[in-house]
Structures are given as structure tokens and as C-alpha cells.
Design a protein around this ligand. Structure first.
Ligand SMILES: [Zn+2]
Length: 403
């Protein structure tokens, strides 16, 4: 009997999550929700009423139903129901932002990872003060549901630690999850930056346009986050696909990982810039190279072509192994004036015979245009809230007590 009750409870919260996730993608009516979830209109109404009472949903404007042409009330998330913090840690900066339940940014602050914030003590002290100030200044409404942290791998999700990503001395070997949860008394979720971004695409970027796609994170490192059939593919420790350590030159140099000719040796921004500097000493960073290339300078175009060639090799390997519908190239600098790079990749891809893929693969950048690193991190907190029956139950009980 107890088991049956437990299962019914689990099923209820699982349905709440599915329902809310449909509404995270778009605002729709009760009957459309019933159709998408394969439930009766009566069953959906019960769940919707419960979530309206808890304040997680609100009724929106009237919309025309496609099936009958009649109008119906659209449901949407209540942005003021709760709020969370997103923390982005990267090799050259760290940032914290406050977001509401709909993923709207309420405030944010970025800090370059340079002196005086380049030690563990000063970096964490600054991060804490950024979060404290954000909450104190905005005074957001609703319940505080937690903190999400996106950081470069390797990380250990079970231990809640950032391990030893290259060039990240201030945060390496730090228990970021316990440091934040002890200070803010809330759930803290840590994930690899590429996986973090891939997950957020499902709700804020590509949404339901693709079910399977790869986020290729090209920065000082080369990471990848893979979504297959709308599920994030990740290891138990929370690291993404190690695409950067797959071989793209069998006669290449030995990588620090032990493998030969890894993509990271050639295609990271540091690697391609180091090569570019041997071509022209003015090619000091990717943005400058792209500007020269767009002005028609052949040497700069050749550098962009070279980067496109490396990335295409990785993309072809991915497509031949996994049936993805899109590749999302991401990274603060690699997506600067991205059309030239993307068009080179698309051309190189069209020249290769792809065995497995019977459909075109879109090569795009993310449509999340404002602080995707922070929104992605905040999305971890929202995702954890929705997947935790205990947290949802506590939230509902607190709302009932308040009413
Ligand atoms: Zn390697």
C-alpha cells in the first residue's frame, strides 16, 4: 500500500515537471497540454489547478485553438514564483546573475579573472559579494530555489568540486558546491560548461526545433555538450563529451592527455591564434583575425579556413557516429562575426560524403543572445527544482501556508 502511495506521489511530481517543461517552451492551452502529454483534459485540469494554486503558473491571454478555431486561455509560468542564481566560471572571467522562474535576467556582474581576483581567497570573496549584492539590490519576489554553476571540466559532480582545468588556478581543486551551499543554505548544482549550455538550449535556444544536437564550445579549451532525443548525455562525474581529445591528426603531436594529435592542440582559440601569429604578428586574437578576414585579407581568411577545417573534421566524426540534427558553435569570441567561419564549415561539410546522415545538419550559433553562460547556469537551478519532488512539495506547502 505504501509503495502504491509512493508511486502515485512520484507520478504526480513527474507529471508536474513534464507539464511545466511544455510551458517553458511555449505558452499553450489546457487542451493542447492534454494532447501533448497524452492525458485526458480532466487529468490535466487537476494538475493545472494545483500548479495555479501554488503560484507556479498563471493564466495568460486568450489564444485561438488550431483544432477548432475556438479560443482558449493560454497558460504560462509565473515569473515571480521563484528566483535563482547562475554562476559562470570560465578561464578568463567569472560572473554571477539573478534570474526569475522564466529565465529573465534580473541583474548580473562579470569580473575578469586577473589580479586581485586571481587567488582562491579573493575570487571566492568577490563571488560571494556579487551574489549578496545582487540579492540585496534586486530584492526578488518568490522563493529562492538554488544556485547553478557552470565551469570548465574536469569537474566532479559527485564531490561537487572543480578539479584541475588548465589555466584556472583561482578555482582549481575547490569544493564550489559545499562553499556555496554552506553560505546560502540552498541546493547547488555544478555541471560542465558545455553540458550546461546544451541543456539550456532545450528551453531558451533551439527549444523544440531539434531533438538531438551538439554544442561545440570553442574557447581556451574545446568542449562539447551532447543532447540526444532531448536528453543530455553526460558521464557520472558530470563531464561532457571529450571531443577535444579525439584525434584529428594521426601524425600529430602528443597531447598532455597522452593521445596523439588531439583536436585541442589545433582548434582551440589559443592554438589557432598561436598558429596565426606565425603567419602575421598582428593576428593576436580571434576577433582581430576575423576583422582582417572580413576586410578581404587573404592570410586572415586562410586562418579562418584552417579553423573551419579542424572543426569540420570534428563535426564529421560526430555526425558519422551520432545522428544529430544540428551543431551549435558556442564561445564568447568564436561567435564574433561568425558568418564567415560558419559558411566555411558548411561548404567543407557539403564536400564530404556523410554515410549515416540522410538529412541536412544545421551549423548555427546559439539564439540565446544575452549572457548564455549565466542563463545556462541558472537553468541548472530551475531544472533541479523541477526534478526534485521534495523541493516542489516544500514549495507547495509554503505557498499553502502563506495563503
Ligand atoms: Zn588530448
Amino acid at each position: 500500500m505504501k509503495k502504491k502511495a509512493l508511486n502515485a506521489e512520484t507520478m504526480k511530481y513527474s507529471n508536474y515537471r513534464r507539464l511545466i517543461e511544455e510551458l517553458r517552451i511555449e505558452s499553450i492551452s489546457r487542451s493542447e497540454l492534454a494532447r501533448r502529454m497524452g492525458l485526458t483534459r480532466a487529468a490535466i485540469s487537476l494538475q493545472v489547478d494545483a500548479l495555479l494554486n501554488q503560484g507556479l503558473l498563471v493564466e495568460g491571454s486568450s489564444i485561438a485553438l488550431k483544432s477548432s478555431g475556438r479560443s482558449s486561455i493560454a497558460l504560462k509560468l509565473n515569473s515571480n514564483a521563484c528566483y535563482c542564481v547562475g554562476v559562470a566560471i570560465r578561464r578568463d572571467y567569472f560572473a554571477a546573475g539573478l534570474f526569475d522562474f522564466c529565465g529573465n535576467e534580473l541583474t548580473c556582474e562579470h569580473v575578469d579573472l586577473v589580479a586581485p581576483y586571481d587567488t582562491r581567497e579573493t575570487a571566492y570573496a568577490k563571488l560571494f559579494s556579487m551574489i549578496d549584492n545582487a540579492i540585496a539590490q534586486v530584492k526578488p519576489s518568490g522563493a529562492f530555489i538554488g544556485i547553478g554553476v557552470g565551469a570548465p571540466g574536469p569537474i566532479n559532480v559527485e564531490a561537487g568540486t572543480i578539479d584541475d582545468p588548465p589555466n584556472l588556478i583561482a578555482f582549481e581543486h575547490t569544493p564550489v558546491v559545499s562553499l556555496l551551499s554552506e553560505r546560502y543554505h540552498c541546493p547547488v548544482t555544478l555541471k560542465n560548461d558545455a553540458c550546461t549550455h546544451a541543456l539550456s538550449e532545450l528551453f531558451y535556444g533551439v527549444k523544440d526545433r531539434y531533438d538531438s544536437f551538439l554544442v561545440l564550445e570553442v574557447t581556451g579549451g574545446l568542449g562539447a555538450g551532447l543532447v540526444l532525443n532531448r536528453h543530455l548525455n553526460e558521464s557520472q562525474l558530470g563531464n561532457g563529451s571529450e571531443l577535444g581529445h579525439t584525434t584529428i591528426d594521426i601524425n600529430g603531436r602528443r597531447c598532455k592527455c597522452g593521445n596523439i594529435g588531439c583536436a585541442e592542440l589545433y582548434a582551440t582559440l589559443a592554438s589557432i591564434t598561436a598558429y596565426a601569429m606565425t603567419v602575421d604578428s598582428r593576428f593576436t586574437n580571434w576577433r582581430t583575425i576575423v576583422d582582417f578576414a572580413n576586410d578581404g585579407m587573404p592570410e586572415a581568411r586562410q586562418v579562418v579556413e584552417r579553423e573551419a577545417f579542424y572543426l569540420t573534421t570534428l563535426i564529421v566524426n560526430t555526425i558519422n557516429m551520432l545522428d544529430v540534427e544540428a551543431i551549435i558553435v558556442n564561445g564568447r569570441d568564436i561567435t564574433y562575426r561568425p558568418e564567415l567561419l560558419l559558411s566555411c564549415i558548411r561548404r567543407l561539410l557539403s564536400e564530404r560524403k556523410l554515410i549515416k546522415c540522410g538529412h541536412p545538419v544545421d551549423i548555427i550559433t546559439s539564439s540565446i543572445d544575452k549572457n548564455p553562460d549565466l542563463l545556462s547556469a541558472a537553468n541548472l537551478a530551475i531544472d533541479r527544482f523541477l526534478s526534485s519532488p521534495e523541493q516542489l512539495k516544500r514549495f507547495g506547502e509554503a505557498q499553502r501556508a502563506a495563503n
